[in-house]
Ligand binder design. Structure first.
Ligand SMILES: [Zn+2]
Length: 268
């Protein structure tokens, strides 16, 4: 399997839309891996995870074609992950398509918002619930509950092609017990996990800082969900985390953890 990290930034990107934070200023000056667009990913060139406000730029930057997607799965409805207006460009009159070639999988809150916005549009949509596995094109997909939003069933996703297994977790926070238990049954070949707060921890418990990230890794290790061969990558970095790409490398590399960046393709 492979996963492309199309964006690895937090809600307002890096450099942020309107900020003179140290990390934003550094990113404007140095560019490269310090430029982080809003988080999204693509699995095996066909399963798109989240459709945020930077989607058009990410597709063009990486030379991709949205018509290759068979599924569009959403994690939750925060604006950096869910930009529903973009969906209309998949259909007539913006092209000749009367149907889109991808199925939408999303929690109830997102399905409702899409239906409210496009009541007559021919999207095939399936409502997802945490801890209920669904099948798509030969993949088993298990949404697990993120500790991120009270108001809706925010997901992280375990995706398996029957041979290899991936967990994609942006906006996780420290999981509640049911998620830890659900993950107990899974041995991961690849783990993509948020590190939004970097080295600047806040009181908000819906995101991880670098130390919390390490505590999640330790617990996953202890319960056997990850092992020495699991590839681990960070994502969803905020400009407020006081962490440039190089500073993140310095912290994570000695632990055998990779620091994610926009456009990286991870094979496992
Ligand atoms: Zn986010």
């Amino acid at each position: 399997m492979k996963i492309r990290l199309m964006g690895t930034g937090g809600a307002d990107g890096v450099p942020a839309f309107y900020s003179d934070s140290r990390v934003s200023v550094y990113a404007r000056k140095h560019g490269g891996k310090d430029i982080r667009s809003r988080s999204a990913a693509l699995v095996d060139d066909s399963i798109k995870i989240d459709l945020g406000p930077d989607s058009w730029m990410q597709i063009v930057r990486d030379g991709l074609d949205a018509r290759d997607w068979t599924a569009l799965m959403f994690t939750h409805s925060d604006a950096d992950h869910f930009a529903p207006d973009e969906l209309m460009y998949a259909l007539y009159p913006f092209n000749d398509c009367e149907f889109v070639g991808f199925v939408i999988y999303a929690n109830m809150a997102i399905c409702r918002r899409i239906l409210d916005k496009f009541p007559d549009w021919p999207f095939e949509m399936h409502t997802t619930k945490s801890f209920e596995t669904f099948k798509h094109a030969g993949y088993d997909i298990l949404p697990v509950r993120a500790h991120h939003l009270e108001s809706e069933d925010a997901h992280n996703y375990v995706i398996s092609d029957g041979d290899r297994k991936l967990l994609y977790g942006t906006d996780t926070g420290i999981w509640d017990q049911p998620t830890w238990e659900a993950l107990q049954d899974h041995k991961l070949d690849c783990l993509i996990l948020e590190c939004s707060e970097g080295f600047a921890s806040t009181n908000y418990d819906g995101h991880l800082d670098a130390n919390e990230f390490m505590s999640v890794i330790e617990r996953l290790n202890k319960q056997g969900s990850i092992h020495a061969g699991t590839q681990i990558w960070t994502t969803h970095h905020s400009h407020q985390g006081e962490a440039t790409h190089d500073e993140l490398l310095k912290f994570f590399t000695p632990h055998g953890i990779n620091v994610g960046y926009d456009g990286v393709v991870i094979e496992f």
